[in-house]
Write a protein that binds this ligand. Sequence first.
Ligand SMILES: C[S@@+](CC[C@H](N)C(=O)[O-])C[C@H]1O[C@@H](n2cnc3c(N)ncnc32)[C@H](O)[C@@H]1O
Length: 242
Amino acid sequence: MSDKTRLFNDKDFIAKFAERRDAPDSVNRCVDEPQILALLGDLRGLRVLEIGCGLGDLSIVLSKDAEDFLGIDISSDMVTEAIRRHPELSNCLISKKLNDVEKHPTYDIIVSSLAAHFVEDIESFFNGVYERLVEGGVFVFSQRHPVRTSNPEVSNGINSNDWLVKRYFEESKRVFTWLDCETHNYHRTLSTIFSSLRSSKFEILDLCEPTPIVADNSSDRLKECWHVPPIVTFKCRRLTKL
Ligand SMILES: C[S@@+](CC[C@H](N)C(=O)[O-])C[C@H]1O[C@@H](n2cnc3c(N)ncnc32)[C@H](O)[C@@H]1O
């Protein structure tokens, strides 16, 4: 089992992750999801694949409008917990790697929220997305902002004064403590993500650095998001390979 699978299959970690995700000042709820949904627009009549569905909280929104919806996650325990939280998703969430998802039928839209920084080989990930999209299909994904993945020493901090960008141009695995568990991300510069998307034959339609949609003056976590971008979100279109 890979390190990342182990983390998201640790029951204590999943419980802490769920508590953080359910909090009213959760960055997923207040920053990430609103941006993803705004970039996606109307999903009616479309076939949608979500990669890294986690606890299914975005899946429940996507599946309501989409014509057809499949959510995948490499962690079987996350999927089990997602189905416990949202029993109505039991037929459309599954523990699978992207490479094990059939290439046909293809999807109109592929979405991934806050999973790409766990992926080691980003270009092969983008190629896998490409192969499962219809021509002209749209890929919307978010990941931790590279200014945050750069410095593992402060990844668990919530004081914006701590957020020193370090070793930005050194692209490597960064190990740190998150919710009391050792984890890691793959740090890449913004330009590497951009050029990998282009190499995989995606046209970049939008690049966003979302900020909180709620004016919650009491939350240090959200206040900090106005100083240091937490997330970068891309909207891309699949081009035809010549
Ligand atoms: C931080 S969680 C985010 C989950 C969900 N998108 C959300 O917003 O709550 C990251 C999720 O991505 C999953 N994941 C990591 N790498 C993945 C991969 N290569 N393919 C599919 N899922 C992956 C993890 O198991 C975990 O559930």
